[in-house]
Design a protein around this ligand. Structure first.
Ligand code: PAF
Length: 287
């Protein structure tokens, strides 16, 4: 596995590749990321006899963090990340410095549409999806992948990227990887490391709240009667009672994340974000 830091070295490393599969990350990797890496490897091996390459990027992207968020304290575990990537089928790690990726202030930015990017995460983290779309678009231009793998854990992010690729006619296939969960059901996340032992034991309650809302949606769809607002409010209140501060627990259409108000035959997803102590967790479940 090669580790490169600047664009010229990356282009040299990737030159011989007949096919490129890309996994963008911010490092501090866990099993969920490694499964995305394995998917990238499998896709390359399936599609090319040899000569295909997998690339992972490790870059903590300042543009997607708000002023009061955890950019400075976001865990940086570069050496361990590289060892894990190598053991999981990565050929090239691209780990640019801020100067390599943003040699001058990034004044050209990608602004995703408000109806997709200013809701849910975007409503609570203003500018987040501008930061994500800008860095992902830039990384796509640099790596020039044929396919890229993103986790469904960041469901809205995956939708924003898919939309960007489609609208900008980027010749990249986007593959969504399933969320990896701990044994108790907590979705794996780099931010789980911020939780105290007591909070870690409590953290699974977010996925339990989502399961409850998903079950209410399924039952309501079968019965032909579903008060979505009441079911969402009940799920939020259950978390509040346990000491959480929920931002949203909501039932949406998978297709565009628009709200539903009653029974629906369309594919749905429940999404949630809530603070436990100082840690903000997100999760989702397709219904
Ligand atoms: O999901 C992440 O880790 C980041 O948002 C991404 C896609 C690497 C962009 O910085």
């Amino acid at each position: 596995m090669q580790i490169v830091h600047n664009l010229a070295d990356l282009h040299r490393a990737l030159k011989p590749a007949a096919l490129r599969a890309f996994v963008p990350t911010m490092g501090n990797l866990h099993q969920g990321h490694l499964e995305l890496m394995q998917m990238a490897r499998q896709e390359v091996d399936k599609r090319t006899e040899k000569g295909g390459m997998t690339v992972a990027s490790i870059f903590v992207n300042r543009l997607q963090f708000g002023p009061n968020e955890d950019f400075d304290t976001y865990p940086r575990t570069f050496e361990n990340d590289c060892a894990l990537l190598e053991a999981n089928g990565c050929d090239v790690v691209f780990a640019p410095s801020e100067k390599d990726l943003y040699p001058e202030p990034q004044v050209f930015k990608v602004h995703p549409p408000a109806e997709l990017a200013d809701i849910l995460e975007g409503a609570f983290r203003p500018g987040f999806f501008v930061g994500v779309s800008t860095v992902v678009h830039k990384l796509f231009n640099i790596v020039q992948p044929d396919l890229a793998v993103f986790g469904k854990k960041d469901y809205q992010q995956l939708m924003v990227i898919r939309r960007m690729v489609q609208q900008m006619a980027l010749p990249i296939e986007i593959i969504g990887g399933e969320t990896r969960r701990a044994e108790d059901g907590l979705a794996l996340s780099s931010r789980n490391g911020y939780l105290s032992a007591e909070e870690r034991a409590e953290a699974v309650q977010l996925s339990i709240a989502l399961k409850g809302l998903a079950a209410a949606a399924r039952a309501g769809n079968v019965a032909g009667q579903l008060d979505v607002a009441a079911a969402e409010a009940a799920a939020m209140e259950a978390l509040r009672q346990r000491g959480w501060a929920p931002d949203y627990i909501t039932l949406r259409r998978q297709h565009d994340l628009s709200p539903v108000s009653g029974p629906s035959a369309e594919p749905l997803v429940v999404l949630g974000a809530a603070k436990l102590g100082k840690t903000r967790l997100i999760d989702n479940l397709e219904v």
